[in-house]
Design a protein around this ligand. Structure first.
Ligand SMILES: Nc1ncnc2c1ncn2[C@@H]1O[C@H](COP(=O)(O)OP(=O)(O)OP(=O)(O)O)[C@@H](O)[C@H]1O
Length: 231
């Protein structure tokens, strides 16, 4: 469904992504793991077209998106929840969600009921400003906003960072539900190993801009953890 072929990315002279090949199947739930600074965020931003590729290509659902704008990628069905959430703090919850409607492929201009069903707190707080929400509620809003676009795959960059444990559990349950009930593919960057294990079916490990290991989550053993993830 999403295929990255030989992707290379630089910041100035630093080679940040080195010949990345990665394929995410329809309906997969994959966690991208790796220590700080190995290039996980850069990979997500490259998939979204927020940083231009030096070389390589990105295909999604049969289309070559390598040169597409971020907006075109979102319309093609790639949803993105960035690190730090990036909601609009002065707009209400409802306004944050409505803004995303403009990017839909179809003409739907009403917030899908499913968003409030998944995150009842967003309904309760729909007239409150985004900036008044807790970190966990903001993260739920950021996920809700990405879902408004009706994506086929959802990318999330560290959705549990700085969030209280009960909301982390809720977010994990929502991701599994979206994946299992609606078949939404998910690619998630995560530092918390227990969360990654609980939520994802497959893992991809990066180090120094390269993919070093991939597999079913059940095969993520202590040797891999010690080599690539322990700080
Ligand atoms: N805009 C930028 N300009 C220059 N270098 C950058 C920029 N953004 C990131 N880097 C560098 O690129 C490397 C990869 O960063 P990236 O944020 O992709 O890693 P990461 O694995 O997501 O790390 P983290 O877990 O800390 O978010 C790091 O060495 C980082 O310092």
């Amino acid at each position: 469904m999403l295929t990255l072929n030989a992707i290379n990315q630089y910041y100035g002279g630093s080679h940040i992504l080195n010949n990345i090949n990665l394929s995410i199947d329809a309906g997969a739930l994959v966690c991208l793991l790796g220590r700080n600074g190995v290039g996980k965020t850069t990979l997500m931003r490259s998939i979204m077209g927020m940083v231009a590729l030096k070389s390589g290509d990105i295909n999604f659902a049969g289309q070559d998106l390598s040169k597409a704008s971020t907006e075109q990628r979102a319309r093609a069905g790639i949803g993105f929840v960035p690190q730090g959430r990036e909601i609009f703090p002065l707009l209400t919850v409802e306004e944050n969600l409505k803004l995303a409607l403009a990017g839909r492929r179809d003409k739907v201009r009403k917030i899908p009921a499913q968003i409030y069903d998944l995150f009842p707190v967003l309904q309760e707080m729909r007239y409150r400003r985004g900036g008044d929400l807790s970190g966990g509620q903001q993260q739920q809003l950021a996920i809700g906003r990405a879902l408004v676009l009706d994506p086929k795959i959802l990318l999330l960059d560290e959705p549990t960072e700085g969030i209280q444990p009960n909301i982390v559990v809720e977010i994990g349950e929502v991701l599994r539900r979206l994946n299992q009930e609606l078949g939404l593919a998910v690619l998630l960057v995560e530092q918390k190993l227990p969360f990654a294990r609980q939520v994802a079916d497959h893992f991809v490990i990066m180090e120094r801009g390269e993919i070093q290991a991939t597999g079913a989550m059940g095969t993520l053993d202590d040797a891999l953890i010690g080599q690539y993830l322990t700080v």
